[in-house]
Design a protein around this ligand. Structure first.
Ligand code: NAP
Length: 337
């Protein structure tokens, strides 16, 4: 079968087509013919060698998120069947319960081979059936970005009447907007681009702030929220000092990303004296993915994405596209071999 590998050295320039043996399922395994993938900022980092000491090994098949059709199952598989459209869960060994340290080792597109393979061998507990209204390309957006947004919004308690602020118009933020609206929350969304803010309004954002023309966006956000304040900030930039100032006393900041760089100062005094809860969020378990998929099916939620590349060997172009920052929602690619 055909795969895309980072082979001899780290970097996008070393991503190339390779041949590997077709997989054969064990008793509890499934073989998935991959149809589509989506790109996360993490994929850029992993192709460059990974996060610090958690770096990967070569050769590596990158990209964590995708969707495909089951073409073979082991003799004891009962959760899914041949013909089902499924997504691999990002964190393969995280079935249920809270995050554990060993979950890292089961993440796809780094420590484990990713989705840029014609056929993927996975345990039956490593896949989730896709909502009936979604095709493979739309479903490919879900495993990391959507599940991270779901964990941030739902686990941090968004509910009818809550006020949620989310940063930017990338993959996680647009899903956070969509899930917060499903929960009945009011949503304030920030972006550097007025056209993207207009698109976010069309998707349900109640209020928007351009963080480039309003660098003190946390003050504007507090004005917009009024006396009840902001219950939850979905912090993707790593701008923790501003997020802690934006959220209400006793509110929550979901700490997810470091888009603005990992060196943001944080006034601990504000965290303590205003009793702000900081909650790190990293994707989610198989059970959380199933719950999210049910909500997506029930509300016929449509992921926002652009397609960059229609063949597996265009993966380099698709991965590079996320660094340009011009996208809205997710960047997807189709995986014709
Ligand atoms: N912990 C986890 O499990 C997890 C999972 C997924 C992602 N992440 C992290 O979360 C972050 C977002 O991921 P993503 O996949 O959504 O990225 P993405 O699709 O690349 O989104 C990037 C968008 O964020 C906005 N942005 C960039 N710099 C910003 C800043 N300084 N302040 C506010 N917004 C800014 C921009 O939106 P505008 O163009 O609208 O300004 C940009 O287009 C990344 O750091 C990623 O590594 C973490």
């Amino acid at each position: 079968m055909k795969v895309m590998e980072v082979r001899s050295a780290w970097g996008l320039d070393h991503l190339q087509v390779a041949e590997r043996d077709d997989p054969c399922p064990g008793d509890y395994d499934v073989v998935v013919e991959m149809r589509a993938a989506s790109i996360n900022f993490r994929d850029v980092v992993m192709v460059r060698g990974g996060y610090g000491s958690k770096g990967g090994r070569l050769p590596m098949i990158p990209v964590s998120d995708g969707a495909g059709v089951i073409v073979a199952v082991g003799t004891r598989v009962s959760r899914v069947k041949v013909g089902d459209l499924v997504c691999p869960n990002f964190a393969q060994t995280w079935i249920d319960g809270p995050f554990r340290d060993d979950v890292w080792a089961g993440m796809l597109g780094g420590y484990r081979d990713g989705v840029l393979q014609q056929f993927m061998l996975l345990p039956e507990d490593g896949v989730v059936k896709v909502a009936p209204h979604l095709d493979a390309t739309a479903a490919a957006t879900l495993p990391c970005a959507a599940l991270t947004a779901w964990s941030a919004v739902v686990d941090c308690g968004a509910k009818p009447g809550s006020v949620v602020l989310t940063q930017g118009t990338g993959g996680v933020s647009i899903f956070a907007l969509q899930f917060a609206k499903l929960c009945g929350a009011q949503v304030i969304l920030t972006s550097s681009d007025d056209d993207k803010l207009k698109r976010a309004k069309q998707l349900g954002a109640d209020e928007t702030i351009n963080y480039r023309t309003n660098p003190a966006w946390e003050k504007r956000a507090r004005e917009i929220a009024g006396p009840n304040g902001i219950d939850l900030v979905v912090d993707l930039a790593g701008s923790l000092d501003q997020s802690v100032k934006a959220v209400k006393a006793g509110g929550t900041v979901a700490v997810i990303g470091v888009l603005a760089g990992a060196t943001s100062p944080l006034s601990l005094g504000q965290v303590v004296t205003r009793a702000v809860r900081l909650q790190g969020v990293t994707a989610g378990s198989l059970r959380a993915f199933e719950a999210m998929m049910q909500a997506i099916a029930l509300h016929r939620l449509e992921p926002a994405f652009d397609v960059v590349g229609r063949r597996m060997d265009e993966a380099g172009k698709a991965i590079a596209a996320i660094t340009e920052g011009t996208h809205f929602g997710k960047i997807c690619m189709e995986l014709q071999a």
